[in-house]
Design a protein around this ligand. Structure first.
Ligand code: GDP
Ligand code: MG
Length: 730
């Protein structure tokens, strides 16, 4: 009997996307929940606890899935959990207004042999649509308890908990003897094929399929899920095949599956099996589900006539996105200024503990390193939170599903999925949340392509670089067009990159764009606030870990080692302010001292070492150093340029810095620097999030190397092309 020792019941909450799993999970567990990340697989699921008397129910909110076929990461997560963690009870949340489609998963869960409690959620929606479901009959036919709920109003929750506890303690309990023929017309033949004892309905796959299933079952070790495994093996599910340890058995199973596939060449095995499953579902619903009144077009249908209009759909989408971005920046920037001022004040306050111009490493670490670095990232918090609020609203109402649908036509031409569109847009703000937003993509391949090209969407952190460089090299009337060219270059490279990746590394058919259009709903304030809080927490954690660490390391690299008194700034280093052969000890000007110290520091040396690689694209060691310095966050490039050109605080003296830049580089080189910072190595936070979201270091490294190589090639072509056209070198 499960759970008798420690009185803990493990409960998985499974079901189709948007059936109300999370709503039910939250309403059962209240606020006690945390987001768990499981090794290897990257999609989150939540865990929460409910206590009832002596019993403690541990609930797991699994990712939504239509079936247990290994199509997407999410489905894999759900499937692995169900098969490997062996929950004591599975709450199968079914959208009652969409019964037949939702029962697909239910029949699979039953095939695995898991103790299931079916929840007919959205009972209110079903009623409004004029649907009537005979829950008792459905329960008898399925052989498992069925509970009706309205998740967002908390209705049916007590009953559900009671039922789950009962099933966990006493096993599946039916509301009476199994009698398939009582309320309606006699059930079709195969519905009476009930497993002895358990009283569970089974899909009858028919004369053609069953013999093959039996043959495979005979090869597999006897266990609960073996019938389900046999079905998956007939579908030639690679994951399930992999899980067979004995190579002999694996070969034999493959042979049977191939034989089955050859038996009916007109249909693929999975369509045959799915059709049989649907036959069973139809039979289940026959007499259980009835339409008691006819409905005209719903409000959702009427709104969709506009939002999904072939002509108006796109402009409506653009206007809504524009509104979302304006809100993000309009509301966010004043708060951002406040935070910025707060950090400046904090820096000034801490600075005040040391005499003016103090060379104390602790002062420098605290003020320049930590407050400068972490503060520079934290100021974006309001923007991030607001952007996610906007997205949560668009998503919660159900509009985002329409937008993705409308954009799919364009996206599929370049090998991207319609759902990639939203993450790419978010990428203009910040790549990190954009990469997280790719979770909406079902196919891992689509997700990887999108993640790989995402850094090419010029994020907000690059804007300060352009704001510094463009006025330095171009006359005022070119400012707008040059900025536009930079952004468009990024977009074009992203699209071309996606196309190439699709044609090479990620070959395969386009995943068809199947997305259910949920009815429009009012998102609950609670769920909006919760999403904002989750994002804020993730971002704060990033600032407190990755960024803090990077800032300290970068500070250390630019600060140490300190030169000895007789150190002479090497040839090729900055001689514009420091006379040749001057010893470090003789320098008086703090800016010159800083410059000399930098040339001796690790960062300065790395910059000089990089010069060999960067020469061909027209960059010198200064750019190299600044590029290295900008690894933690692209914004740092400007500050680093300020340091290597020894102009002190870059912000205050950007005109001085621009003059220095103009003296040293041609507009062509300036343009190449911008291109390079646009395309090359994404910041450390992007690296970390790519690693986390793809679940492997490999993709993060590939992204970095790939983009940096691309940056070099593009800069090289532009630089030498420009030289050939006589646009002038350094
Ligand atoms: P999940 O994807 O299965 O986790 O679904 P969610 O819990 O996110 O719910 C999707 C939407 O359905 C949300 O807008 C909920 O507020 C809404 N919802 C959940 N349960 C019900 C219900 O019983 N009735 C109605 N009308 N809406 C519901
Ligand atoms: Mg959910």
């Amino acid at each position: 009997m499960p759970g008798t020792l420690d009185k803990t019941i493990t409960v998985a909450v499974a079901g189709n996307p948007n059936s109300g799993k999370t709503t039910i999970f939250n309403s059962l567990t209240g606020a006690h929940q945390h987001v768990g990340n499981y090794p290897g697989v990257t999609i989150e699921w939540k865990e929460g606890t409910v206590t009832r008397g002596d019993w403690s129910l541990k609930l797991f909110d699994l990712p939504g899935t239509y079936s247990l076929t290994a199509f997407s990461d999410e489905e894999l997560v759900a499937r692995d959990f169900l098969l490997n963690h062996k929950p004591d009870v599975v709450i199968d949340v079914v959208d009652a207004s969409n019964l037949e489609r939702n029962l697909f998963l239910t029949t699979e869960l039953l095939e695995i042999g898991l103790p299931v409690v079916v929840v007919l959620n959205m009972a209110d929606v079903a009623r409004d649509r004029g649907l009537r479901i005979d829950t008792n009959l459905l329960a008898r036919r399925l052989g498992v308890p069925v509970v009706s709920t309205v998740g967002n109003r908390g209705r049916g929750m007590d009953e559900l908990i009671a039922m789950v506890t009962k099933v966990a303690i006493h096993g599946v309990s039916l509301p009476g003897p199994v009698d398939l023929c009582r309320k309606s017309s006699p059930a079709p033949q195969f519905l009476t094929r009930l497993e002895e004892g358990s009283g569970k309905v089974q899909v009858d796959y028919g004369e053609l399929v069953e013999p093959y299933l039996a043959r495979i079952c005979a090869l597999l070790p006897a266990e609960d899920a073996s019938r389900w495994r046999a079905v998956k093996l007939l579908e030639q599910d690679p994951k399930v095949l992999e899980e067979i340890n004995d190579p002999e058995v694996r070969r034999e199973v493959s042979r049977i599956a191939e034989e089955f596939a050859a038996a009916d060449p007109d249909q693929t095995p999975d369509t045959i099996l799915a059709a049989k499953r649907y036959e069973t579902i139809h039979a289940l619903c026959d007499g259980t589900l009835s339409q008691v009144k006819e409905n005209g077009p719903t409000i959702s249908d009427r709104v969709d006539r506009w939002t999904m209009h072939p002509v108006w759909g796109v402009p409506i989408f653009l206007v809504l996105m524009y509104a979302a971005f304006t809100m993000t920046f309009g509301l966010g920037n004043p708060i951002m200024d406040l935070i910025d001022r707060g950090f400046t004040a904090l820096g000034g306050f801490i600075d005040g503990f040391w005499p003016a111009g103090s060379a104390s490493p602790l002062r420098s670490l605290l003020v320049d390193g930590i407050i400068g670095g972490v503060g520079g990232v934290l100021v974006f918090l309001p923007n991030i939170v607001l952007l996610f609020l906007a997205i949560a609203i668009l998503e919660g109402t159900g509009y985002m599903a329409r937008a993705a649908f409308v954009m799919d036509r364009f996206m599929s031409k370049v090998g991207l999925h319609g759902k990639s569109f939203i993450p790419l847009l978010i990428g203009f703000g910040c790549t990190v949340p954009a990469i997280m937003a790719t979770r909406t993509l079902e196919s891992r391949r689509d997700r990887l392509i999108t993640i790989m090209v995402l850094p090419l969407m010029s994020c907000g952190a690059r804007l300060p670089i352009y704001a510094l460089m463009i006025p330095a090299f171009f006359p005022a009337k070119w400012h707008g067009p040059v900025l536009w060219i930079i952004y468009v270059t990024g977009i074009v490279l992203a699209l071309v990159g996606a196309r190439l990746l699709r044609a090479t590394l990620f070959k395969g058919d386009n995943t068809p764009f199947v997305m259910e259009l949920p009815p429009y709903r009012m998102p609950t304030v609670r769920s909006l606030l919760m999403q904002m809080w989750t994002r804020a927490k993730l971002y704060l954690r990033k600032a407190g870990t990755v960024i803090l660490g990077a800032a300290i390391i970068m500070w250390f690299l630019t600060f140490y080692p300190k030169p000895p008194a007789d150190y002479v700034v090497p040839a090729g280093f900055d001689k514009t302010t420091i006379a040749a052969d001057t010893h470090f000890g003789e320098l008086k000007d703090p800016v010159q001292i800083q410059s000399a110290e930098l040339s001796y520091s690790i960062a300065g040396r790395v910059g000089r070492a990089l010069e060999k690689v960067l020469k061909p694209v027209g960059f010198d060691w200064r750019v190299g150093t600044a590029l290295v310095g900008a690894l933690p966050a692209k914004e740092l490039f400007v500050a680093q340029m300020g340091i290597v050109f020894a102009v002190g605080q870059a912000d205050e003296t950007s005109e001085v810095l621009r003059t220095r830049l103009r003296e040293r580089y041609s507009p062509l080189v300036g343009f190449c620097i911008m291109l390079f910072t646009l395309i090359s190595t994404p910041c450390i936070a992007t690296f970390a999030i790519t690693r986390q979201e793809t679940g492997s270091l490999k993709w993060a490294v590939a992204q970095n190397l790939g983009l940096t190589t691309l940056a070099w090639i593009v800069a090289f072509l532009v630089y030498h092309g420009g030289l050939l056209l006589g646009l002038g070198g350094a």
